[in-house]
Design a protein around this ligand. Structure first.
Ligand SMILES: Nc1ncnc2c1ncn2[C@@H]1O[C@H](COP(=O)(O)OP(=O)(O)OP(=O)(O)O)[C@@H](O)[C@H]1O
Ligand SMILES: [Mg+2]
Length: 252
């Protein structure tokens, strides 16, 4: 049965040592949405990303991806092929390869013969050029990835996901450790990406969230506590309570 969501998480339970990290969680995302996921430490945000990407399996409940794919029995690797791209907090790039070569490897399509002849199919080359432009590394394409700044490494890793043409991008705290300028550029990049794909971003930086989010989901104790426009969510008494343990305060 095809539902109208890119992602439909239904009654998902994840337990560690008898403790419910995700507690009958329901969560949906529309196609083409840029959704921000916030919540205090230990709320279950990363675990939610883990179950969507197939890294962790729920005890019960299920996840429908792209309207029809029940992810329960699909391997993590196959989910990537179905269009789920996941970025971890620490960039997993190849430091000794150039920016271009990293993207080339990420396309995964270059055959040994093409590699030997130094030839890349033209559509893959175009995809890499487009991505370099998008992530702002066109001029840095021949630099070794290990020499990039922290922010540039994060953008390269996002680019490595983009060349795989995902339908849904999962990003766990992508702007952690970035300068304010790098954060702004990342926000613009996420807005740009979400014109053609769905993007779920876990983030703690509320200034960043306020600047770039339209819809925010707040998690607490393995459940969705609140959801809606950022200014509404920020003034929700339940949200203020879990962040600060007292009422009449704002989420910082
Ligand atoms: N592999 C695991 N084994 C045992 N407990 C775990 C495991 N992974 C996560 N947990 C626990 O599950 C809860 C939720 O963790 P999770 O990492 O999803 O939270 P989070 O919202 O991402 O927090 P943070 O904002 O600190 O990244 C925490 O109490 C954590 O200790
Ligand atoms: Mg986390």
């Amino acid at each position: 049965m095809k539902s109208g969501y890119i992602l439909d998480v239904q009654n998902v339970v994840v337990s560690f040592d008898g403790f419910r990290v995700l507690d009958s969680l329901n969560f949906t995302m529309n196609y083409g949405e840029l959704r921000f996921l916030i919540g205090p430490n230990g709320a279950g945000k990363t675990t939610l990303i883990d179950i969507i990407s197939g890294k962790t399996r729920p005890v019960s409940g299920h996840i429908l991806f792209d309207g029809h794919l029940d992810t329960r029995h699909v391997t993590e690797h196959r989910l990537v092929q179905h269009g789920i791209g996941r970025k971890f907090q620490t960039p997993s790039i190849f430091a000794s390869l150039t920016v271009f070569e990293n993207l080339e490897v990420a396309t995964g399509f270059k055959s040994p013969v093409e590699r030997l002849l130094g030839r890349l199919p033209s559509d893959h080359k175009d995809a890499i050029e487009d991505t370099l432009q998008k992530i702002g590394l066109l001029e840095r394409r021949h630099i070794r990835a290990g020499q990039l700044s922290h922010g540039e490494k994060q953008w390269l890793e996002i680019g490595m996901l983009l060349v795989q043409d995902p339908k849904l991008l999962l990003l766990d705290e992508p702007v952690a450790g970035m300068t304010r300028r790098e954060r702004d550029r990342t926000g613009e990049l996420l807005l740009d990406i979400s014109k053609h794909r769905s993007v779920l971003v876990v983030e703690h930086d509320m200034q960043f969230v306020r600047q770039f989010a339209s819809t925010v989901t707040v998690m607490h104790s393995g459940k969705v506590l609140s959801e809606g426009p950022v200014d509404v969510v920020q003034n929700d008494a339940k949200v203020i309570e879990v962040y600060l343990g007292r009422s009449h305060a704002r989420v910082a």
